[in-house]
Design a protein around this ligand. Structure first.
Ligand code: F6P
Ligand code: MN
Length: 315
């Protein structure tokens, strides 16, 4: 870290907004600007959510999910904001079936997006979110640990919050009424062991080894916390400082449901930067090289104790 790097607590008299935080952490300028741009885009997506009045488009996306107009709108907003930013070399998202190159010859970064995760929860007014991965190369070029330089998510709930990591810890910001992202949790650090679990998939479809693992957690008194939105479910584990989220492989879908590039890698990056772990049961999520944009994987993510325990049962 260069001269830019100072202790945030020296500045407690001031509001630490996102730009100030990234500058003090000594994050490289182009990456800072990109993260800033995406955080601002979250405000536009949020405005779109408000104005949508929860309308369904009745379309299906390339993965066969029912697609709200909102998914598509969030994707278009992100593309519009990033295409001419000069910071993005290529963009791909859950709503597209290809990597779209942008004309930013000097830029280094490939951006991946799940523009509006959990969008089917809009009608019930549960929290939803945007998930972003930032790579120095194509996300298909190598395992995530080699290509990723940053990750972030934005939650649209009672508050709008943004959690980012550029490889120097995981930090949370809250959007205030003045429209600034203000630091709320610096260097989020997961406890070795938590007390909540979030279990995806149907119990009747779980494989015996997964079921045994869950029974151990149940025996230890874990509390169930599952909203059906990946972003708020992961956010809960980070903000409560521990626990585990699982979406396992099942008999029907041995590779689970969630997408490696758009959902799992960014969350694994944020969890690891917070001292947690993420595995598919056998190897780290960030050690997997995606085979395609649509690559799915089982996931066990959260505090070390629970994720290591999952590995004992699954390997
Ligand atoms: O994007 C897929 C998703 O909506 C995630 O946000 C969430 O974790 C998961 O699917 C929920 O799946 P299910 O409805 O099977 O519990
Ligand atoms: Mn999603």
């Amino acid at each position: 870290m260069g001269n830019n790097s100072r202790n945030i607590s020296d500045y407690t008299k001031f509001i630490v907004d996102l730009r100030r935080h990234m500058w003090m952490a000594g994050i490289e300028m182009e990456l800072r600007r990109l993260i800033w741009q995406i955080a601002v885009t979250g405000k536009y997506i949020s405005a779109k959510i408000h104005e949508s009045n929860r309308k369904l488009a009745g379309l299906r996306n390339i993965h066969g999910d029912e697609q709200l107009a909102l998914d598509k709108s969030a994707d278009v907003i992100l593309q519009n904001q990033l295409q001419y930013s000069g910071f993005v070399k290529a963009y791909c998202s859950e709503e597209l079936d290809r990597i779209v190159p942008y004309e930013a010859p000097s830029s280094k970064y490939h951006v991946t997006a799940d523009p509006l995760d959990g969008s089917s929860l809009v009608d019930t007014n549960l929290a939803i979110g945007t998930i972003i991965g930032i790579h120095r190369d194509s996300p298909l070029a190598a395992e995530g640990r080699k290509t990723m330089v940053g990750a972030m998510y934005i939650t649209y709930g009672p508050l709008i919050t943004m959690v980012y990591s550029a490889g120097k810890g995981t930090h949370e910001f809250v959007l205030n009424r003045e429209g600034e992202y203000v630091l709320s949790e610096e260097n989020i650090t997961l406890d070795e062991k938590g007390s909540i679990y979030s279990l995806g998939g149907l119990r009747k479809d779980w494989l015996p080894e997964h079921l045994k693992y869950v029974e151990v957690l149940e025996g230890e008194g874990y509390k169930l916390r599952y909203s059906g939105g990946f972003v708020p479910d992961i956010n809960q584990i980070l903000i409560k400082r521990g626990g585990v989220f699982t979406y396992p492989g099942t008999r029907k879908d041995p590779k689970g449901k969630l997408r490696l590039i758009f959902e799992l890698q960014p969350m694994a990056f944020l969890a690891e930067q917070a001292g947690g772990m993420a595995t598919d049961g056998k190897q780290d999520i960030l050690a997997i090289r995606p085979e395609s944009l649509n690559h799915r994987s089982p996931i066990y993510i959260g505090s070390r104790y629970e994720v290591e325990k999952a590995r004992e049962f699954l390997t």
